[in-house]
Structures are given as C-alpha cells and as structure tokens.
Write a protein that binds this ligand. Sequence first.
Ligand SMILES: [Zn+2]
Length: 250
Amino acid sequence: METGARMDIIENLIGLQRIDRKRDRLQKKLDEVPVKLKRYTDAIAAYETAHAEQASLMTKMRAEANRAELEVKTKEEQREKIKRQMNAPKLSNREYEALQEAMAAVLADIQSMTDTTIKGLQTAEEAEAKTAEIRADMEKLQAEYDAAKAKLEGSLQGVTDELAQRDEERAGYLNKVGAEQLRLYDRVRRKHTDCLAVLDGTIDRAAGRIGNDIHCSACYISIPANYAVRVLDRKEMLQCKSCSRILYVP
Ligand SMILES: [Zn+2]
C-alpha cells in the first residue's frame, strides 16, 4: 500500500514533468511560426493602415465635392435671380451698382465652389487609384504569406502530431495525480520549468541514515534531517522552503 502511495505522488509527477518538458519543446517550435512570419504580418498591417487612410480620404473628399456642388447650384439660382433683377426697368444707378456687386460676389463664390468640387473629385479619384494599388500589393503579399505559412506548418506537421500525442499522454496522468497535487505542481512549474528537485547529501536508504549535509539540489539551501525523512517517505508533496520546488529522493 505504501508503495502504491509512493508511486502516486512522486513517480507520477516525474512522469508528468517528463511529458511537460517534451510538450514545452514542441510548443516552442510551434510558437516560432508567428515570429518567422512577422515580416509578412507587419507589412500586411502597414498596407491595411495605408489602405484605410486612402479610403477615408476618398470618402471625405467625395463628400466635400458633393457639398460644394450643391452650393454651386444654390449660387447659380442666386445668379439667375440677380440677373432678372438687373433687367428690371427703372433701376436707380445705386440699385444697379448694388446688384452688380452682389453678382460679382456670387460669381466669385461659384468659381471658388467649382474649384473645390473639381479638386475634391480629383483627390478622391487619386485616393481611389491608390487604394486599388495598395489592395493589389496587399493581396500579393497575403498570397506569399499564406504560402510561407502553409510551408512552415507543413514542415511542423510532425511536431503538431507529436504534441497532440503528448497532450493525450498528459491527460492520462491527470487521472493518476490528485487535483490538489496537480494545482500545486502547475503553480510551481509556472515558476520553474524544472519543478522537481532532488535532495542531495548523505542518504543511505538501506541503513536508514540521513546525514546533516542534506540540501536542495536546485537552490542549495540546507534541508533539516527531519524534513528530509518526510521527503524520503514520499507520502506527501513537500516543497523546498526556499525555491518552492517539489523535493524528492530518486
Ligand atoms: Zn530549493
């Protein structure tokens, strides 16, 4: 029965850590994919920004041109009205001069609004051409990115498969290790990837003798003999008081 308990705690954790180390190595390879593709994703993001800028400029300039065009129409109506007033009989010189002034102002406005319309439409057209250009470049790059990604992922297919296999193996251990033990193991492992530490020093299991030189092999802090006895017993998960790794004697 004691052997069973022993197996449960430390041996299972050693097995779990062995799998987790393999999983870490595999995951690291997969994590390199986005790093290797970064020059593509960065460039695509830059294209997206430029595209959005040009599209927004296009919308803005079209709206501006539309507004100016409407104003031209209003001013043209005013021009016709002034023209009619100027043709009215019996206008005094002063009245005629005032109408002439109003006409000059309306004509100047028409000219200015027409210029704004033309310029706005021109700028919008240029922006539209640029968005098309950017889109074409972006699509080309996107295709290159897709190909590079597929190639990378293809070359890592073995890694992905192996990781899935290790995940399955790990799931098997989860049934053997208690939930509380697993939480502790995971917590320590977030801090140290080598979360199990061997007790070093004079341990003669056969003679039942434990020296006073016992220490944690990871952080070298000295461990009291009575604590080492409990570690040797393997009935509980005992942590190093200094580095918090789970201690064991192989
Ligand atoms: Zn330690």
